[in-house]
Design a protein around this ligand. Sequence first.
Ligand code: 5AD
Ligand code: SF4
Length: 370
Amino acid sequence: LGALSRQFSTQMPLSRSEILKCIGDKPISEDKALFERANDVTKSVYGNKVFLRGIIEFSNHCAKNCNYCGIRRDHPDPERYEMSQDDILETIKWAHEKRYAGILLQSGEVGTQDRVDFVADTLKKARKLTGDKVRYILSLGELTDDQYYQLLQAGADRYLLRMETSNPALYAKLHPQDGHHDWLKRLNCVKSLVGMGYQVATGVMTGLPGQTKDDLADDIEMFNELGIDMIGLGPYIPQVKTPTADAWMAERGRDSIELTADDKAKMLLDTIRMLATIRLCNPDVNIAATTALQALKDDGREWALESGANVVMPILTPKTFRAEYQLYQNKPCIDDSASECMGCMDRRVRSIGKTLCFGELGDPKHFTDR
Ligand code: 5AD
Ligand code: SF4
């Protein structure tokens, strides 16, 4: 463990074959040792602290048509909504009073200048309400460098843009080839964000139809090469009326997307293996215990927090809109209010002997050391 020092954030500490071993099938005792080691590395950098960010899903309009997603442009089910600026600011004010020091504004990818101007204006007003002791995180998808810069100037601190996969051919299968879903363009956005001085989070989905263990090992190498500050990793969960769900069923010879107990156990285990391996390769980044893990097992996020994750992101979206932001089936917390989510999260984190850090910015050491 001593060998996993700072130097390794720019250099891969595990060899390719070690990575493949860590993410692959192995006896339970070896998995357990991997998870414990990842937890020890996390504790050596962050102690027992779990950082907190609240997510406001302020609009489910999306111009993109990602084949796996429940709010893709052509999905017939979600009723499209847009929170008003007043409602967003009200939610931010509530979160600030509850000592959230990280607030994430997330929406589908729209990319229009009007949307960027709206978010920039909202950020400026939010800053006046909360002062500097809050990190604002944006997740609005692919934008131009000028737009990213405009948002940085307006007060954004961090940006979350998942690459979804490091494999351009797999990416092409998961997205319509209509000129609007381009892996290289997305990669360039991530690089621009890093270059501009944002704290940058990216991530991938695990268990995608057609994804191999080599793809996952490449994902881990991609995170290190990009110099990412935070990683958000979640299992792919099939959603009704989406093309990728059809591919998922075909891969298994099934006619339903219903997950069996075995499916859930395997998806969760594969994701936690990835998460723990990522931690060994990146001791000083922030790693999220994402909501999708809880969709597979009630204590999926706690398991992640004991295997390398150090961030949780409870949903703050007002209850009325939550059901319309169903990216995947059984998304948890749909019927909860923001305050219920917060109390629940606090209990969950305490149950594993860790502490939820209210009022702490929670910058990753990877960024503060830059
Ligand atoms: N299962 C799991 N995650 C999904 N996302 C979108 N659709 C799904 C799904 N069916 C994730 C993507 C996207 C983020 C907002 O949600 O990784 O970047
Ligand atoms: Fe839109 Fe994001 Fe869903 Fe793709 S994953 S359709 S960009 S909300």
